[in-house]
Ligand binder design. Structure first.
Ligand code: DUC
Ligand code: ZN
Ligand code: ZN
Length: 467
């Protein structure tokens, strides 16, 4: 299955790369191909797809007074189990730090630890003259995209002047501007007022981060991008009004793109409000505190996200994998939702959760491949090597069994370093059967056969979506 169609075929792999895609039962130079190879993986009745590319992850991210709980080792192993064979993680420049040092620190965290191939975007957390200079050299390092935050004042935040200057570099270099589009200063006022009124439960995180805050920031990002000529990619879109902004800009011919995440397709603010457990009481809702927040089902944001994935108003699905445990991590926000570390872990389940959208008729099989692998490769300068099954491409391949079944839960399918699953009880009508990373079988059934350090750094080229 590719982004454009499906056919019965044999895939011939030689070492780390795909040598040929052949008619079933083909001969090559007079010999029966299947009879002359070292190993045959029988995919009869199953889908053979390019390995998933999760273009938005945060391994070991220092955030909210703690650190995201998956290391590059545990997180990429969980990814492999779920049929994802490449990630693009976010290297962080913190306030006052040099960009070069932030990037070097990320290389150090990842090198020798990853189960699958990995690349980096650069978070620019301090837009100043030195940063703007350093950003121009990032493409030479294989980092062809950077992320700015219109949220989190005092942490990663950039004001409009900083956004404008960074976008000018984006225009000049062809680096993609990735935007966290929420009005952080306004959100922080609303959040403080809610806490003053005693509204401290996790649910109020989503009330403070109202969709108006996302719509407004998305619009502002679009206008600043238009003015500067920067290519814009809005991350973790969750509000239907933000999608309308993207669609409006695209209809006018502007070069803007957007991703959503599984949590914005399946989970809702109402369910977060209703969440309660013996152990945590109403604090149970902290499990789903992420930014942008879960949105109201009644307001039909989830339906709008699925629709946008069909109409191509949104082009990709990434996870924003940013896991925290309840114990000692989410717990920091007991009594004040502002102190709950923001993030959900989903890297292991993205391919399955999106496949369920094929089962329920939300998207086609081809669109599944396009949203999870082919477009991420094109968007972030990996296409040809990744994102497609064709001669010369890396043999990153998933054999997916549509007759299999996956029960998600902490005691079932769970390899992420978390003490809960944000997807507890989800049932998927399909199963990741076999996963190959550059020709090596790293997952067979539910068994992991790879090693930490198998994954190598991906020097990315510029996006294919530049015009
Ligand atoms: N959102 C999250 O939920 N976590 C990490 C950073 C972000 O923007
Ligand atoms: Zn973000
Ligand atoms: Zn993120």
């Amino acid at each position: 299955v590719s982004a454009t169609g499906r056919a019965a075929a044999d895939v011939l792999i030689d070492g780390e790369t795909i040598r040929a895609v052949l008619e079933p039962g083909s001969t090559l130079l007079g010999t029966d191909v299947a009879a002359s190879v070292d190993r045959v993986i029988d995919a009869t009745g199953k889908y053979v797809i390019p390995g998933g590319i999760d273009a938005h992850t945060h391994m070991q991210l220092p955030f909210g007074g703690t650190e995201a709980s998956d290391t590059f080792e545990s997180g990429t192993r969980a990814a492999a189990h779920g049929g994802t064979t490449s990630i693009i993680d976010f290297a962080v420049q913190t306030y006052g730090q040099r960009i070069e040092d932030g990037l070097a620190a990320w290389h150090e965290k990842a090198a020798g630890n990853c189960a699958i191939d990995y690349g980096f975007h650069q978070i620019v957390g301090d837009v100043n003259e030195a940063s703007l200079e350093a950003m121009r050299r990032l493409p030479d390092e294989g980092v062809s995209s950077f992320k700015l935050f219109m949220a989190y004042p005092g942490v990663f935040y950039s004001d409009d002047a900083q956004v404008l200057k960074a976008m000018q570099v984006s225009r000049d270099t062809g680096m993609l501007t990735m935007m966290h589009a929420e009005n952080g200063p306004a959100i922080d006022v609303l959040a403080a007022q809610l806490v003053e009124q005693g509204k401290t439960d996790p649910y109020y995180h989503g009330i403070a981060r109202a969709w108006e805050m996302e719509e407004e920031a998305t619009h502002r990002a679009i206008m600043l991008a238009k003015l500067t000529g920067a290519p814009l990619y809005v991350v973790h879109v969750s509000a239907k009004q933000a999608v309308e902004q993207l669609a409006w800009a695209r209809d006018k011919g502007q070069n803007v793109y957007g991703e959503t995440c599984p949590q914005y397709l399946y989970l809702s603010l109402e369910e977060q409000l209703g969440a309660e457990s013996e152990q945590w009481g109403h604090f149970e809702g902290a499990k789903w505190v992420c930014s942008t927040p879960l949105r109201s089902r009644e307001e039909r944001h989830q339906d709008a996200m699925w629709q946008a994935l069909r109409t191509n108003d949104l082009q990709m699905v990434s996870t924003d994998h940013c896991p925290f445990c309840m114990k000692d991590q989410k717990e920091l926000g007991l009594g004040d939702f502002r102190k709950i570390p923001n993030g959900i872990g989903s890297i292991e389940h993205r391919m399955d959760l999106m496949y369920q959208g094929v089962v329920t008729g939300e998207i086609t099989l081809e669109r599944w491949v396009e949203l999870t692998s082919t477009t991420p490769a094109r968007m972030f300068g990996l296409y040809g090597t990744k994102g497609v099954i064709q001669p010369g491409a890396d043999a990153d391949i998933v054999v997916y069994d549509p007759n299999g079944h996956t029960s998600i839960g902490l005691e079932k399918t769970h390899h992420m370093n978390m003490d809960y699953s944000a997807w507890e009880g989800y049932e998927i009508d399909g199963h990741v059967d076999t996963v190959l990373s550059r020709g090596r079988v790293v997952v067979d059934g539910d068994e992991y056969l790879g090693d930490a350090g198998d994954g190598k750094y991906l020097k990315r080229g510029l996006s294919q979506y530049l015009i």
